[in-house]
Design a protein around this ligand. Structure first.
Ligand code: PEP
Length: 265
């Protein structure tokens, strides 16, 4: 069974007091959400504080980026081991804001993905098309290129342990959410791509999250799709009540969801 994962990407928002309060509020209410995995990804400078607030509870902590080298003269970068040291167990990689604002390529995302796994961090690898690419009918081609490039060289086990986030760029922070059918189509394609590169069993184990303007009022329909295994949430993850309302939508679906196969995470 693929356990739904609801991940909050706080991006470059909040401050120390705000991060502590948000983490505390989510953590205190988390016992009611055991059917889903909950993850928050604060800004790097608050990682240690947030992971201390979450310690002993079930809410996990992740980072928003990392560098692929282990150490050395890479000013301003942090390694996977450093993130683990600060309490992270997940790391978001290849977010569209990094791809399009910071110039990250599939090759760079791939190096980060391999380095994250080597250190014991679970990567959440983001892929997604621009509006112009969708309108030109190139969504499938873009998703194939990004996923093959970013996920190259993974063993079967590491592929199964990787989380993919499909985030159409035109839906991130815009309020324009993909329809559940649009999301499901890409998620199903991604699973087929993994099945063709590995096998059906591996593909069935991979969690594929949807991201892009997920809110409490659209979460249930998106999470109800057969191949949507959770959400990567930006704006709505900055309010504990909204984040947990999205988690509640996943919780309601999780227990008797017969569409999701046995085996896997
Ligand atoms: C994101 O940053 O990954 C994201 C999906 O943002 P939002 O939910 O605000 O669209």
């Amino acid at each position: 069974m693929r356990k739904p994962l609801i991940a909050g990407n706080w991006k470059m928002n909040t401050d120390g007091a705000g991060a502590t309060a948000l983490a505390r509020s989510i953590s205190e209410q988390s016992p009611g959400y055991g059917a889903v995995d909950l993850l928050v990804c604060p800004p790097l400078c608050y990682l240690k504080t947030v992971s201390s607030v979450l310690a002993g509870g079930t809410v996990m902590c992740g980072a928003q980026n990392m560098y692929w080298e282990k150490n050395g003269a890479f000013t301003g970068e942090v390694s996977a081991a450093m993130l683990l040291d600060c309490g992270a167990t997940f790391v978001i990689l290849g977010h569209s804001e990094r791809r399009h604002l910071m110039g990250e390529t599939d090759e760079m995302v791939n190096k980060k993905t391999l380095a994250a796994h080597a250190a014991g961090l679970t990567p959440i690898v983001c892929v997604g098309e621009l509006l112009a690419e969708r309108e030109a009918g190139k969504t499938a081609e873009v998703i194939r290129r990004q996923s093959e490039g970013s996920l190259a060289g993974l063993s079967e086990e590491l592929m199964a342990a990787t989380v993919i986030a499909y985030e159409p760029v035109w839906a991130i922070g815009t309020g324009k959410v993909a329809t559940p059918q649009q999301a499901e189509e890409v998620h199903a394609d991604l699973r087929k791509l993994i099945a063709s590169r590995y096998n059906a069993e591996t593909a069935e184990r991979v969690r594929i999250l949807y991201g892009g303007s997920v809110k409490p009022d659209n979460a249930a329909e998106l999470l109800g799709q057969a191949n949507v295994d959770g959400a990567l949430v930006g704006g709505a993850s900055l309010k504990a009540d909204d984040f947990l309302a999205i988690a509640a939508a996943g919780t309601l679906l999780a227990p008797d969801d017969t569409k999701r196969p046995a085996g896997g995470t």
